[in-house]
Design a protein around this ligand. Sequence first.
Ligand SMILES: *Cc1c(COP(=O)(O)O)cnc(C)c1O
Length: 393
Amino acid sequence: MKINENYTLLQENYLFSEIARKVKSFSEKYPDREVLKMGIGDVTLPLAPAVIEAMRSAVEEMGKAETFRGYGPEQGYMFLRERICNYYRSFGVYVDADEIFVSDGAKSDLGNILDLFDKDNTVLIPDPVYPVYADTNKMAGRKIIYIAATQSNGFLPMPSEKTDADIIYLCSPNNPTGAAYSTEQLKEWVRYARERDAVILYDAAYESFVEEKGIARSIYLVEGAKECAIEFCSFSKTAGFTGLRCGYTVVPFALKRKGVSLRNMWLRRQTTKFNGVSYIVQRGAEAAFSDEGLKQIAKNLLVYRKNAKIICEALRKLGIWYTGGENSPYVWLKCPNFSDSFLFFDELLEKTGVVGTPGGGFGQNGEGFFRLTAFADRKTVQKAMEKFAKVFS
Ligand SMILES: *Cc1c(COP(=O)(O)O)cnc(C)c1O
């Protein structure tokens, strides 16, 4: 037996367990001090009433012989896939229900999609970014090239003709930086991918936070993207499904290489290795995208958006450089007086009790920066920013 040696290339300590450890020791040291958590990228508001109601009746159905359901379609029930098509249509994107694959979340699909690609492909990954892209490719032993997202390019790197890649990851609005590409900018990426026959893996987990006109909610707003891009999306951040689990991936019919349809490959992969998402959860997801559900989740999104505005306003007043927060629940700031984001983390926690995420944990170019999330209750955000102001003004 030989183990997959590639696992030894992965970093030992996962960022968030290290943070949890530091927070725990802070609480032990100062049992009377409040910890203000603005660190982890997880939602805090409960599920929408429409979702709960739909799942409750689905549970009832499962308890009666006439309406009981066993295995469902691996690709997801048509009622949900059609709802997702309607949702896409609401912002001008037309996808076929048979191009949509429902899953237990975007993270699984982002990892699993790599089954479709040979090991011998070069992967282009922005730095800093969601660590899943690099780690899943390291596990497979693929060659990775990083593209720098920096303050000078607004954390939105554009393609360079000098760089060649076969698989390109884009995450917009971005985790951790909150920076979001415009449709115009994505045109460049689509052109670049098409020229090379490369495939773009587009992570749109935060599309529902986009407010600004011209900022893309889907890569399929760009003509020709269906021939070169797979899009990953999720109910997690949009509808608070992080604990419930449901996502969807779009693999267009038009995406083919050497005459082989990637959509058909993905169908084959899913029908072999996946048995679908729980019927109850799919009914909940369907309800999230109903007229009523959409109104309810919009209310929650508004709470997060206002939190982001409070964070941004406080930083602006302090003269601290930041980006994000506009079309994203994340605010990405330049560590005041610190070049090491981990030392800044320690200092901030010690002086204010505020927990954020060190930018260095998301890649080399994240060093010197810090992520605060709007996924917290209003009181926490307000208190945190008041304390922040006291220490850094
Ligand atoms: C939270 C998040 C996801 C969503 O993952 P799920 O598995 O659907 O919960 C995907 N991509 C990014 C960048 C995220 O931050």
